[in-house]
Write a protein that binds this ligand. Structure first.
Ligand code: 5GP
Length: 179
């Protein structure tokens, strides 16, 4: 995998520091609330598992798998729910955990969908924010890093299902996409 990396954009140390900061903010903000962390698989995996350890509150977790129709690197905005939540979310304080918000189409669809289920609140926490290509306005309460319009992998993010286990966020060499 190392030979495929063009540059590291966000190091493991930077990520871990940021995860602690966000965890502290969430701990403050959700005191006394009924926090339900909703992870959007698979991209959220590494971020969510590190983040929940830094939230010093009782919480529950549930997961969704969604698929956005389109090519590997472009989102189309048409979202299909492959795996829905296991429990109802009525009166819960839902915090969606995402790996990256790019066009915002996936997230705006998800937020609308979850809001119809009468939660007490729905907020978003995303490791990465790529605002340059935004098509749907989404309010992201907790953002790890704002990044330029480059396709990144690592720390949960994939290219063709590979590279998710890298502990940092990086850009791949162009030739990787030509294979
Ligand atoms: P959106 O609907 O906001 O355009 O895109 C959401 C999804 O597109 C993300 O959850 C992620 O799966 C994928 N995506 C967008 N940008 C990137 C990127 O730079 N790298 C990777 N690996 N996936 C991305």
């Amino acid at each position: 995998m190392e030979k495929d990396i063009l540059k590291i954009m966000i190091s493991e140390e930077e990520i871990q520091k940021k995860v602690k900061e966000i965890g502290q903010r969430i701990t403050e903000d959700y005191k006394g609330r009924d926090l339900l962390v909703v992870g959007i698989l698979k991209g959220c995996m590494l971020f969510l598992s590190d983040l929940v350890k830094e939230i010093k509150l009782p919480l529950t977790m549930d997961f969704m798998v969604v698929s956005s129709y389109g090519s590997a690197t472009k989102s189309s905005g048409v979202v299909r729910i492959i795996k829905d939540l296991e429990r109802e979310i009525q009166d819960k304080d839902v915090l969606i955990i995402e790996d990256i918000v790019d066009t915002g189409l996936t997230l705006s669809y998800l937020m609308e969908n979850l809001k119809t289920r009468n939660p007490r609140s729905v907020k978003v926490c995303s490791l990465l924010d790529k605002p340059d290509r935004r098509k749907a306005a989404v309010d992201i309460e907790y953002v790890g890093f704002t990044i330029p319009d480059e396709f990144v992998v690592g720390y949960g993010l994939d290219y063709s299902e590979v590279y998710r286990n890298l502990p940092f966020v990086c850009v791949l060499k162009p030739e990787v996409y030509m294979k």
